[in-house]
Ligand binder design. Structure first.
Ligand code: XMP
Length: 323
């Protein structure tokens, strides 16, 4: 029978068997999946695990601090933070194709991990042979790993990996859906803020900018995203929606008027969806007052944004993320 206790015990045994007395590293993204995968492996092999958090500069506002404080406090895991913003932004410069962005981000992730591995290797201890990933069942299916499913997007933690990867993968969540992962996280004692967090893609805000990715655009999107999240939380809607990507249409401009002047700015798209497992989704019918508040605040507070639009497309035919 399926119980979270059984899943946890079974996975701990499997992880111990797979890793043996070697060491593992785990990339933390700030999301639920990697946090639960890391907590599970931490429980199985303790100090043989080092978590690596790559700040690729594509994170949302406050995300880095959440990993540094809340996750470490909850698990006691060893954490190494790598500031790789410049490296990622240089690699992404001028790239607007979504699949190319995903491949570049996936590749750079692995390069940074390999660098972190080298650094961890200089510390005394056994070989660092394993890389823990929070891959879920839907990630496996949508990257073409399931039976008879077309490759829809290269999820950075599956299809985006380069061929010359040097780690063996530990993927303890590979058979689970999101709601099950949350239950496992709860069972492991992770705090509510981490376990109930909305999904956030590994490639981060890099795939929420339609157009090429620059620091200025990221800063702008970070502001808009923080406002949307703040208002959704204030309205008590966090549990009603699955996630709400906020997307910057950097390649689109439209005419607006503000004060006495004409503006020619970018639109921000709100993409609130409800879903069970992200395989299918429906657009969320958010209250008009909440939408109005978000729209007013974003156009007032975020420079260069003069329009807020709502995505009313289900999945299918739209995917949840725009890229
Ligand atoms: P789509 O856009 O395919 O998204 O409908 C389905 C769910 O997956 C998340 N997503 C990702 N998660 N790495 C991840 O870890 C990725 O590359 C990635 N791409 C999309 C997305 O936020 C949604 O929850």
């Amino acid at each position: 029978t399926w119980t979270t206790t059984n899943v946890v015990e079974e996975q701990i045994a499997l992880i111990r068997e797979q890793v043996g007395d070697k060491r593992a590293i785990c990339g933390l993204s700030g999301g639920v999946d990697s946090a639960v995968a890391a907590a599970l492996v931490q429980k199985a092999i303790g100090s043989q695990l080092t978590c690596v958090y790559v700040d690729h500069g594509l994170m949302r506002k406050g995300e880095t601090e959440q990993v540094e404080k809340d996750f470490v406090a909850a698990t006691g895991a060893k954490l190494k933070v790598v500031d790789a913003e410049k490296r990622f932004l240089d690699a992404l410069a001028g790239v607007s194709d979504p699949e190319q962005k995903r491949k570049i981000i996936g590749r750079e992730f692995i390069r940074v991990f390999e660098q972190a591995q080298l650094e961890i290797l200089q510390e005394d201890g056994p070989e660092v042979a394993f890389l823990v990933q929070g891959t879920l069942y839907p990630d496996v299916v949508e990257s073409g790993g399931g039976t008879g499913t077309a490759n829809i997007k290269s999820h950075h933690n599956v299809g985006g990996l380069p061929d010359d990867i040097e780690f063996q993968l530990v993927e303890p969540l590979r058979q689970l859906f999101k709601d099950e992962v949350r239950m496992v996280g709860q069972e492991l004692g992770l705090p509510e803020e981490i376990v109930q967090r909305q999904p956030f893609p590994g490639p981060g805000l890099g795939i929420r900018i339609v157009g090429d990715v620059t620091k200025e655009r990221l800063d702008l999107l970070r502001e808009a995203d923080a406002i949307a999240r703040e208002e959704l939380t204030a309205a008590g809607l966090d549990r009603d929606i699955w996630q709400c990507p906020v997307v910057l249409l950097a390649d689109v401009r439209s005419v607006g008027v503000q004060g006495d002047g004409r503006t020619y700015g970018h639109p921000i798209v709100l993409r609130p969806v409800s879903s069970e497992d992200a395989m299918t989704a429906d657009w969320s019918r958010l209250p008009y007052e909440t939408l109005a508040k978000i729209s007013t605040r974003i156009t007032n507070e975020v420079a260069d944004v003069n329009r807020v639009v709502l995505d009313v497309t289900s999945k299918p035919p739209g995917t949840i993320e725009w890229e």
